[in-house]
Design a binder for this molecule. Structure first.
Ligand SMILES: [Zn+2]
Length: 492
């Protein structure tokens, strides 16, 4: 009985799985002693080895489904490397994701239980390899390093470039396994499960997922396995599929806005767009095209109203690009991208364009919290102004404000009172009703409200300081002062 059982097990496996699952002592010279009980296994194994080596056709495997023979041999790895190198995506190093059926684990447990059930007295050796590696573990060992050598690139588990390998088995080859998996629903009475557990069970029941397979293994003993499985397993091959993708990459920079009718982001009200373009679209579209990306996400350090220009140093932003094909940039290339954007429009410009990592995008959010901004505002005064008024403004070193949420943003902001400061005020008279004022403000200050007072919701304001009614005509952001991203002078 044992002899037939062992032959059936060996006949189910490829040569690599045989060596992996059986105790290594069986394959060593020292083991070929006089003991007749395993002399015949060694002979049988020797025959199998010769047969497999002489056969030109891979026969597949009842456990690894070809992963450890055809799908890890040199010609396959060369073909795989070739496809990866020609996928059209630029990459520095690579990681590998492996999707392979958990049926291997299920079947292997059956083999393990069978081998463990053979009494040591019969064969004088435990036949199951105590250090048996799983199919997935061994596949990684057999392929990762050779791939590095063939591709000339390094494996790095944190790489942004993912080589997704997927091995699937035809449903028709898994009839017995599917029946075994289905016993799960019989073994747990439906009524006893809580709603959450029922939901979880439904999720788990979709095919040979790892939790599903683990549960079947936990609930099954050798007798149960025997009811469903007949040996030898048919030796089969999986189908192979490959997909290469690059994680998103990030570019950062600062933008200048010269137009009072250009919005920062695509502006859509009730399904109709308000303006023909926006800062995010101008930059995002040019760069997506250059990078071969499928989409982009724009983030900026605050925003200005549509009628406000943004000048001087500009406003920091980041752009995230999805599934990019180009992923590494020289200074010259970044300079070229910046020029392409700047030549495509007169309404805005970009500067300091640079590559940043995902981690560095946090720097923009952090520096945003303690940033200051410089503004320049053209104001109108309903009463006549004179130099004394201007002197009064210029004598202010610092103004501490209490600002209730402005009326114009009430519909989208929480009502609260914020304390903010304004300093470095420089006012100049234009004529008896017009004056210009430059100032440095704490991040989050509502500057328009500081000028007109917002019906007393901002205290003090230019109205209360001058005791004259004022309003704002034009506002420009002169600079958003934060350290990130660093300045880059491409004209050097
Ligand atoms: Zn195998």
């Amino acid at each position: 009985m044992t002899e037939l059982l062992l032959k059936n097990i060996i006949d189910s496996l490829c040569w690599t799985c045989t060596k992996r699952i059986f105790h290594f002592q069986l394959f060593t010279v020292t083991a070929s002693c006089e003991n007749k009980s395993y002399f015949w296994i060694q002979k049988y194994l020797e025959e199998k080895k010769l047969k497999e080596h002489n056969s030109k056709d891979f026969q597949g495997c009842g456990i690894c489904f070809g992963l450890l023979e055809k799908y890890s041999d040199e010609s396959f790895l060369k073909e795989l490397a070739d496809r990866v190198n020609n996928c059209g995506i630029q990459f520095r190093d690579f990681r590998i994701s492996l999707t392979a059926s958990n049926v291997s684990t299920l079947r292997e447990k059956f083999i393990e239980l069978l081998l463990e059930s053979i009494p040591i007295s019969e064969i004088s050796l435990r036949l199951y390899n105590p250090k048996c590696l799983s199919v997935k573990e061994l596949w990684k060992i057999l392929t990762f390093h050779p791939l590095e050598v063939i591709m000339g690139k390094l494996y790095n588990h944190t790489s942004l470039f993912d080589v997704k390998t997927k091995f699937t088995i035809e449903d028709s080859a898994l009839e017995a396994d599917t029946r075994l998996l289905d016993t799960r629903s019989i073994s747990i009475p439906e009524k006893k499960l809580s709603k959450k557990a029922r939901l979880q069970k439904e999720i788990q029941e979709v095919g040979f997922t790892k939790p599903n397979v683990d549960l079947v293994i936990k609930e099954s003993n050798l007798e149960k396995f025997k009811k469903y499985y007949t040996l030898p397993f048919t030796r089969t091959m999986s189908n192979f599929d490959l997909e290469c993708t690059h994680d998103p990459i990030f570019l950062a920079g600062r933008y200048l806005k010269f137009s009072r009718i250009l919005s920062q982001t695509k502006w859509i009200i009730e399904g109709a767009r308000k303006f023909s373009s926006s800062i995010e679209e101008i930059m995002g579209e040019v760069l997506s095209r250059e990078l071969g990306a499928t989409g982009f996400v724009f983030t900026s350090s605050g925003r200005e109203d549509i009628d406000v220009k943004c000048l001087g140093k500009g406003r920091p932003f980041t752009l995230e690009f999805m599934e990019p094909k180009r992923t590494e940039f020289t200074r010259e290339e970044l300079k070229k991208y910046q020029q392409l954007i700047n030549e495509s429009t007169t309404e805005m410009a970009v500067k300091d364009l640079q590559y940043i990592t995902r981690e560095q995008t946090k720097l923009m959010r952090e520096s945003q919290e303690n940033k200051t901004k410089s503004y320049s505002a053209l104001c109108y005064c309903y009463s006549k102004l004179d130099e004394k008024d201007i002197e009064k403004l210029n004598s202010l070193t610092r103004v501490d404000l209490l600002q209730q949420t402005p009326i114009r943003v009430l519909h989208r902001r929480t009502v609260m009172t914020r304390s903010r400061w304004i300093s470095d005020i420089q006012a100049s008279l234009i004529d008896e009703h017009h004056f210009k004022i430059k100032m440095l403000t704490q991040g989050g200050t509502y500057v328009k409200e500081f000028v007109h007072g917002d019906l007393g919701r901002t205290e003090p304001s230019l109205c209360t300081i001058l005791n004259k009614e004022c309003d704002i005509l034009e506002l420009d952001v002169e600079s958003v002062n934060c350290d990130f991203p660093p300045e880059i002078n491409y004209d050097d």
